[in-house]
Design a protein. Structure first.
Lengths: 113, 113
């Protein structure tokens, strides 16, 4: 199993540009989520999904959109990038039965200039 | 609202020392608690997960304990090595099938040779 994969690893955007961060998992996990990690702020939940077709907002959803058309994929879209969105973004997944252990992807480092 | 605290924010110890990392949480109605390790520039790696019905979990030189009534968990690292240098985060999941993980800000551990 590849686990949770994210692309790209690094990205530089100009203010106002849009882009999509990709996330995929091959563990057949129902629950997927996106976090951002900033110095001094810890990990903050952006959006999450409990299954295909179902998404919900986390703590810091403004400026981001998500969709979940398949169990495997959970892309995060930045609609109009702002310097405040400079951060490291992590995707995570877990099953909703068994141990419910959460697994993280390697992250995407995004810089908005 | 669940709050998770990890103190101190940073710790430096000589190689070979046994050490304890602390995690406290405010709401004792938890489903499980998970300890992660994060190396600089990398994603989060799951170390141990303790279900609410368990008191401890062990993996190699790591032992995590859980005391729900006092709102505390500890991660014990035996015979520390320079390779243990990393940031250690604890995360708590409250009761509920779709509930989210609440993270502490982590403890950055440095093991001196």
């Amino acid at each position: 199993n590849a686990g949770v994969t994210q692309t790209p690893k690094f990205q530089v955007l100009k203010t106002g540009q849009s882009m999509t961060l990709q996330c995929a998992q091959d563990m057949n996990h129902e629950y997927m989520s996106w976090y951002r990690q900033d110095p001094g702020m810890g990990l903050r939940l952006i959006h999450y999904s409990v299954g295909a077709g179902i998404t919900d907002q986390g703590e810091v959803p403004n400026g981001y959109n998500v969709s979940r058309s398949t169990t495997e994929d959970f892309p995060l879209r930045l609609l109009s990038a702002a310097p405040s969105q400079t951060s490291v973004y992590f995707c995570a997944s877990r099953g909703t039965s068994g141990t419910n252990e959460q697994y993280f992807g390697p992250g995407t480092r995004l810089t908005v200039t | 609202k669940q709050e998770v605290t990890q103190i101190p924010a940073a710790l430096s110890v000589p190689e070979g020392e046994n050490l304890v990392l602390n995690c406290s949480f405010t709401d004792s109605a938890i489903y499980n608690l998970q300890w992660f390790r994060q190396d600089p520039g990398k994603g989060l790696t799951s170390l141990l997960l303790i279900q609410s019905s368990q008191r401890e979990q062990t993996s190699g030189r790591l032992n995590a304990s859980l005391d729900k009534s006092s709102g505390r968990s500890t991660l014990y690292i035996a015979a520390s090595q320079p390779g243990d240098s990393a940031t250690y985060l604890c995360a708590v999941r409250v009761t509920g099938a779709n509930s989210k993980l609440t993270f502490g800000k982590g403890i950055t551990l440095s093991v001196r040779p």
